[in-house]
Ligand binder design. Structure first.
Ligand code: BES
Ligand code: MN
Ligand code: ZN
Length: 499
């Protein structure tokens, strides 16, 4: 779908979208259209239950008097509530309603609205972003899907005052959307296509955007002593990889520390010898979601040329049971020198991250370090599928992350950490074990990670509940969500750029 911005103009074919505020208050464009229709829009509103609320809409097909195959009146809700997120949602809903209705062009008339803090050009850019995010589709393997089921929308045109400004604002947002789409692609791909080596190859493609990409293989990781990551990988026929991505968009003042993102990239998690039940195991193709977010984020930052020095590190492994797999009771030595008793081979993400975090900290000494991981089923019990778990050793970083999350509707909820929880992973045989007791499973997982970050201001996002969605949301179609890309891009933009 192409997104274009243009000046206000009369209807010229395709589908036409106009708005109404709560209380059936037509916007200026809607009123003008109503006139052309000789009051047809007002009559339709009166004949229906349409009130202009935010989830409502009304359709007129092929009305006479205007050049439009369809008029779509979209509810805008209350003017005072029309913020960026609301407008993105409206854009997403417009796409959902009209993307596959047979029209190749949809034109949206965007008006200035009293009490709305955004200018029409800003409103148009937000709506465009929402529509773009909603238009994502992973259909490359659906070879038999009928043409009548495929989207028809080729051009979304937003008409507003200041179209040039809207175009410029959207151009930046579109780069973030590109990162989101890459992440969604990566988590949607099955594990026979995306495995450590192929995922590393996908990351390597970011070189084209100016990202420096290094891929470490088994030999290098052995030399570094990454016994925990390698222990997880040893049961698989697929070799592990550790990928380091660097985007140097900052001023590069000497001695300035980068910010760092670390991702769990388990390209398939069978559980290993502590094997998972078969029901639903296919979901474990997206156990590389954290790595997918880090890769998509690096694409977004490079794409929009963010003025920041950012590092992305992803640990890529496949967790399989086999004759060479690690066993419950095995003790592995991490790169940090600390040893871990592997009580449960299904608690593998923390083993991968233990080495990835330590490596990142040692090599880059980052200003902040944020990891993302589909780490625990327990976080789904705590927070469901609406929020990700946030764990951290730094209050300021938490505040910033929470604010960024609220701004893009990728919300975080902080959970506690502490000595009492840390005790749970003490081991008789090694420095720690990889699981705690039954309760507080997400917290004990975070406690293990914390043992590998030193004094670095660090946050861990447990995204197990939000990486995949079973239902359509206004700007997130069901499937891979890429939760985290927009959040962290926003964090960078608001707190770490040009500073
Ligand atoms: N990848 C899983 C966590 C997960 C579960 C992600 C469901 C997405 C949906 C992780 O590796 C895992 O298996 N965790 C175990 C830990 C347990 C063995 C302590 C879990 O949550 O059951
Ligand atoms: Mn597991
Ligand atoms: Zn896992």
């Amino acid at each position: 779908m192409k997104i274009v911005f243009a000046s206000p103009a009369p209807p010229d074919g395709g589908a036409l979208v106009v708005g109404a505020l709560e209380g059936r208050k037509l916007t200026p464009s809607a009123k003008a259209l109503d006139k052309m229709l000789k009051g047809g829009l007002t009559r339709a509103v009166k004949a229906s239950r349409f009130k202009g609320k935010k989830d409502e809409s009304l359709t007129l097909l092929a009305p006479s008097g205007v050049k439009a195959d369809r008029v779509f009146l979209v509810g805008l809700g209350k003017a005072a509530d029309l913020d960026a997120l609301r407008l993105q949602n409206i854009g997403g809903r417009i796409y959902a309603a009209l993307g596959a209705k047979g029209h190749s062009t949809v034109s949206v008339a965007v008006d200035a609205i009293d009490k709305c803090k955004l200018k029409p050009s800003e409103m148009a850019a937000e709506m465009a972003l929402g529509a773009r995010l909603r238009s994502y589709r992973f259909d490359k393997y659906r070879t038999k899907e009928g043409r009548d089921k495929k989207p028809t929308l080729k051009t979304l045109r937003l008409r507003c005052q200041g179209a040039g400004r809207a175009r410029a604002a959207y151009a930046v947002a579109a780069k973030v959307a590109d990162g989101v789409f890459l992440t969604r692609d990566l988590v949607s791909e099955p594990a026979n296509v995306i495995y450590p080596e192929s995922l590393a190859a996908e990351a390597r493609k970011l070189t084209r955007l100016g990202v420096k990409v290094e891929v470490l293989g088994v030999r290098e990781m052995k030399r570094l002593g990454m016994g925990a990551l390698l222990g997880v990988a040893q049961g698989s026929a697929r070799e592990p990889r550790l990928v380091v991505m660097r985007w140097n968009g900052g001023k590069r003042a000497k001695g300035k520390k980068p910010i760092a993102f670390v991702g769990k990239g388990v390209t398939f998690d069978t559980g290993g010898i502590s094997i998972k039940p078969s029901g639903g195991m296919e979901d474990m193709k997206w156990d590389m979601g954290g790595a997918g977010v880090v890769i998509g984020l690096m694409k977004a930052l490079a794409g929009r040329k963010a003025r920041v020095d950012a590092v992305g590190v992803v640990g890529l492994v496949e967790n399989m049971p086999s004759a060479t797999a690690q066993r419950p009771g095995d003790i592995v030595t991490t790169m940090s020198g600390q040893t871990i008793e592997v009580i449960n081979t299904d608690a593998e993400g923390r083993l991968v991250l233990a080495d990835a975090l330590w490596y990142c900290k040692e090599r880059f000494d980052p200003k902040i370090m944020i990891d993302l991981a589909t780490l625990t089923g327990a976080i789904i019990i705590s927070l469901g599928n609406e929020m990700a778990g946030l764990f951290s050793n730094d209050d300021r970083l938490c505040k910033r992350l929470s604010a960024a999350g609220a701004a893009v509707h990728e919300r975080l909820w902080r959970l506690p950490m502490g000595e009492e929880f840390d005790k749970q992973i003490r081991s008789e045989a090694a420095d720690m074990k990889n699981v705690g007791n039954r309760g507080g499973g997400s917290i004990t997982a975070a406690q293990l990670l914390q043992r590998f970050v030193g004094k670095t201001p660090w946050a861990h996002l447990d995204i197990a509940g939000v990486t995949w969605s079973k239902a359509d949301k206004p700007t997130v179609p069901k499937g891979g969500t890429a939760f985290g890309v927009r959040l962290l891009d926003r964090l960078v933009a608001d707190y770490y750029e040009g500073k």
